[in-house]
Design a protein around this ligand. Sequence first.
Ligand SMILES: Cc1cc2nc3c(=O)[nH]c(=O)nc-3n(C[C@H](O)[C@H](O)[C@H](O)COP(=O)(O)OP(=O)(O)OC[C@H]3O[C@@H](n4cnc5c(N)ncnc54)[C@H](O)[C@@H]3O)c2cc1C
Length: 454
Amino acid sequence: MQQKIPTVIISGAGLGGLTFYHALIKNKDKKEFNVKIFERESGPQDRWQGYHIGINNKGARSLINCIPSSVALDLPKAMPNPIPDVEYHGFSLTDHTGNLLLRPPSKQVKDVYEVAKVSTGFSAIITYRDRLRDILLENVPLQWGKKCIGYEETEEGVWVFFEDGSKEFCDILVGADGIHSPVRKQKMPELQIFYYGITQVLADVAVPKSILNRLIKFTGKGTFQETIGLNGDTTFVIFRLIPIKEQEQNEPRYRVTLAFGYPTKLDNDEQNPVKVDDNDPASVIEHVKRMIRKLRSECELTDIMLELWDLVPKTTPDPKEYPFKTYNPVQRRQLQDVNPLAVDVWTSSRVTLLGDAAHAMSPILGLGANDAILDADKLSQALLNYSPENYISCIKEYENEMLKRTSADVLKSRSIALRQSSPVGYFGSIFRNAIMKTVNFLMNFFDTNLFLRD
Ligand SMILES: Cc1cc2nc3c(=O)[nH]c(=O)nc-3n(C[C@H](O)[C@H](O)[C@H](O)COP(=O)(O)OP(=O)(O)OC[C@H]3O[C@@H](n4cnc5c(N)ncnc54)[C@H](O)[C@@H]3O)c2cc1C
C-alpha cells in the first residue's frame, strides 16, 4: 500500500524557515513532504528586514546545499562578489581612537562559491539581509498574515493554531519564528530569554563616500568594523563599498549598518534620569550622540561616529525617497539571547525549532543567521530518513547536533559581548589592548581565528 505523504509545517519565513523550505523541496526525489510555510507579516514589504550580515564559509556551504540552482543564480544580488583590493571581507576591532586591536585572518575570495569551499579557517561575505530574504522568497507559496499562536500535539500529528482563528494539521511542526517564538514558549516554557544589560541602537544609513573614506583611512577597508571604548560602549559599522543606485545623486552613497551599544544601567541613573522617547527617532538619535560624546574622548573617530549617526533619518522617510526597501524605526533595544542548553531536558517530539527561535544570539561573532541556515541543512538531512515509525529519532538526531553547536555559539557570543560591555577605564584599557594585540599577532602568525574555531 502506498504511504501517505507526510506534511511539514514551517512557522516563520525568515532566513532559517525559507532555507529549510527550499531544502525539503530540493530533496523531494529522495523523500517527499507536503510542505506548508506560514508567516505573520502581511506581505514582503511589511517589516524592515534590513542590515548587513556576514555569511561565512559554513553558512554559505549549507545555503548552497539547500537552495535550488534557480535561487542560487540570484545570490549575487544579495551577496555581490567582493571587490578585490577595495573591500576586505572580515572583522576588525579598534579602540575608540582607531588603534587596531584585532583583525583575525579571513580568506579573501572571489564569490560565494569560493567562500563555501573554505574548509579550514574563516571566510565570509557581507550580505544584504533583506535581499537574501527576497531571493529566498522566490517561488515559495508562502501564506502571509498567518500568525501562529500555539499548537496541540496528538498521537497522530500536530494541530497548529493561527491568530485569525484557522488551524492546520501536520506530521511535523518546525518553529522558525524568531527570538519570541510562540512555538518555543509552548514547547520549552522554562527556556527563558537572557538579558545582557546592554542597550543597542541599530540603523541602516546611506553614507556619502567622503565620510566612509575618512573612516576607512582610520580603521581600514574591513567590511565589518567594531570599536570599543573605555566605558563598556561599542560601535559597529558594517558595509559594502558598492554605491547605492540612485538618480541625480552627485556624490556616491553607500549602504551602511550602524549599531551603538552601552551598559543599560547608564540609562537608569536616578540622579540624572535619561529622557528618551523611543517612538521618536530624533530623540533616540540625539540620545545616541549624547552618549557617544559622554563616553568617548574627542578625536577624529568620535567625530566620524557622530556624523554617521547624524545621517539617520529623524522622521519616518517617504518610502519612495528612501534608498532601502523598508525603514527601521531607530529605538533602544535590549541585547538578549537564548541558550538552548540552559534547560536540562529537551524532549524530542513532532514539534521542533530552528534558527533564532531555538538559539537567538548576540550578533558580535556574526553567527546567528549562519547557524539558522546550518539548522535548515541538518534538519532536512535528518528528515531524509523519516518514516511514521522513526520520526522521533530523525528529530532527535537533528536536535542533538543543533543544541551542542548552537549553545556553544550563544555562550561564546555572550561572553565576548559581556566582557566588552564592562567598563575598563584608562589604565584597564592599556592592559586590555596589550592582550588583544598579542592575541591578534598569534592569530595572524598561525593563520587561525581563535574565536571561531570548532
Ligand atoms: C545588527 C545585527 C547583525 C547581525 N549580523 C549577523 C551576521 O553577521 N551573521 C549572522 O549569521 N547573523 C547575524 N545576525 C543575526 C541574524 O540576523 C539572525 O540570527 C537571523 O536572521 C535569524 O534567522 P531566523 O530565520 O531564525 O529568524 P528571523 O529572521 O527572526 O525570522 C523569523 C520569522 O518568523 C516570523 N514570525 C515571528 N513570529 C511568528 C509567528 N507567531 N507566526 C508566524 N511567523 C512568525 C517573523 O516575522 C520572521 O519573518 C545579526 C543580527 C543583528 C541584529
